[in-house]
Design a protein around this ligand. Sequence first.
Ligand SMILES: Cc1cc2nc3c(=O)[nH]c(=O)nc-3n(C[C@H](O)[C@H](O)[C@H](O)COP(=O)(O)OP(=O)(O)OC[C@H]3O[C@@H](n4cnc5c(N)ncnc54)[C@H](O)[C@@H]3O)c2cc1C
Length: 336
Amino acid sequence: MADFHEFYPLRRHNTFGFDARARFAVHVRSEADLVEALADPRANGLPLVVLGGGSNVVLTRDLDALVLLMEIQGYQVEDADDAWLVTAGAGENWNALVNRTIADSMPGLENLALIPGTAGAAPIQNIGAYGVELRDRFEGVRAYDRHAGVFVWLDQRACGFGYRDSLFKQAGAGRYIITAVTLRLPKAWQPVLSYGELARELTGKFALDAATVRDAVVAIRTRKLPDPAQIGNAGSFFKNPLVSAAQRDTLLQANSDLVSYPQPDGSYKLAAGWLIDRCGFKGVNDGPVGVYGKQALVLVHHGGGTGAMLLALANRIADSVEARFGVRIEPEPVVL
Ligand SMILES: Cc1cc2nc3c(=O)[nH]c(=O)nc-3n(C[C@H](O)[C@H](O)[C@H](O)COP(=O)(O)OP(=O)(O)OC[C@H]3O[C@@H](n4cnc5c(N)ncnc54)[C@H](O)[C@@H]3O)c2cc1C
């Protein structure tokens, strides 16, 4: 029986730690809970908000909505000859899942270690880190289709993954509620060390295994990123903007130390952290919100602030970057 909570506090359900209340919130621990919550007359006419770990959202106000707190557990492994197919309930903690697959001798997720949040949210923005994206290890999701009123299977193609992007942020926004994710972990494993900092961290290490790569990723991330348990944040706040080769060349002429990464289609990704740093925002605080001192891409909440204050700072930063470099940087988290 799905339990409805009224005026439910969400501070512990978002890693920025902003205070906001949900008109109604329900702990969804099974697909039956989900169907029941959606059919409840109290949900009638209210917008729906799906929350996993709240590590990629900015709560700007109380939500006059039904908030689904996704807590469906589950872990199953299928042997598919050349790969392991691992299915996790949407509410499984992502990092615990990474560690469990490695402990169970199924490498492949090590570069994605220590990303906060749930398995069910991983496809939403096609999480990525250190040269690997979810889509590189992805088979499909089981989701409730709110338009058709049925559960569906969406494969890699249907999910339309892009850089921090997917069907779930585009044409399918608000339509699907993911209840389980299936990952494809090839048995023929190769470490992915394309990311310079990770390769450097592993210099001198031989006979690399997934646990060693995972430990290196964890070491780098721990040095660079604030722990949300200590200081409110949502990881990288801005996406790295994509520009044409011509635009990147023009910027490079004026800024010889510009940080950019070539993309397979000939365009370039600019390091948003570098752009923000150059505009002088690194370590700058605006009352209770600010820019992390060790990484300009991360916005932080020191306590007592609001999501609206954070967004105002984010806009100021984006305006400043645009004025100086002619490039608009876009927020990565979902603003609610
Ligand atoms: C310190 C830190 C470091 C981070 N590093 C990275 C990184 O390296 N790479 C990266 O890609 N991200 C990173 N993130 C962002 C974040 O961890 C990921 O986006 C994560 O996948 C969000 O999971 P969540 O469960 O917290 O999602 P939430 O924040 O709860 O939700 C995010 C979005 O997904 C939707 N959603 C959640 N669950 C479901 C579901 N079951 N069905 C349908 N929609 C759903 C929500 O409605 C919302 O729109 C970082 C965040 C922090 C705080």
